[in-house]
Design a binder for this molecule. Structure first.
Ligand code: AMP
Length: 186
């Protein structure tokens, strides 16, 4: 978890590769569907372009299908999911059903103004449709309203790992691995 621009995608790929499990990014799956012009993509695009969350039922169904794929059997890392309380409940149900358990929830913390600057920079290089300044600010707002409350939920469950997301990519990766190592020892 972490606000938009905190570097979730980059770190997720590295962590997943280390553990030999797939990194499942809901944002990437939505974007792939948008590019292919699927029904899901057409539905998701209106929300994504506005910086809003795609409705829970659509997102949940997509994640359920994805974690049913054989490569997710040994385990998986979710990037950008869950983002709402309803998604937390849904995920609990899904992994209860598949027999997986939640090892850790990693939150990358970064100062919001720093993030807006990072995202504006990324907009120049990647040209994502959801990287205009208004949309960037809207995405931060939605994160604060809908996703930040999940941090307390996972803290209460003792699953939370908070990592300072500021700094070089490799430094942040090292912090994450160091924090994850303590979880697996305990
Ligand atoms: P991301 O690349 O993770 O920032 O996701 C890009 C966009 O996809 C978000 O701004 C949302 O519109 C949508 N999205 C990704 N994950 C979710 C989710 N778990 N719930 C709802 N919408 C999502």
């Amino acid at each position: 978890m972490g606000p938009p621009g905190a570097g979730k995608g980059t770190q997720a790929s590295t962590i997943a590769a280390h553990f030999g499990i797939p990194a499942i990014s809901t944002g990437d799956i939505f974007r792939a569907n948008v590019s292919k012009g699927t029904e899901l993509g057409i539905e998701a695009k209106r929300y994504m372009d506005a910086g809003e969350y795609v409705p829970d039922d659509v997102t949940n169904r997509m994640v359920r299908n994805r974690i049913d794929e054989p490569d997710a059997t040994p385990g998986f890392l979710l990037d950008g999911y869950p983002r709402t309380l309803a998604q937390v409940e849904e995920l609990d149900g899904m992994i209860g059903f598949t027999g997986h358990s939640l090892d850790a929830v990693v939150v990358l913390t970064v100062n919001p103004e720093e993030l807006v600057q990072r995202l504006l920079e990324r907009a120049k290089t990647e040209g994502r449709a959801d990287d205009t300044e208004d949309v960037i600010r809207r995405r931060q707002e939605i994160y604060a309203e809908q996703t930040e409350p999940l941090i307390e939920v996972y803290r209460e469950r003792g699953a939370l790992i908070e990592v300072d997301g500021l700094g070089e990519i490799d430094e942040v990766t090292e912090r994450i691995f160091a924090a994850l190592a303590t979880v697996h020892q305990s």
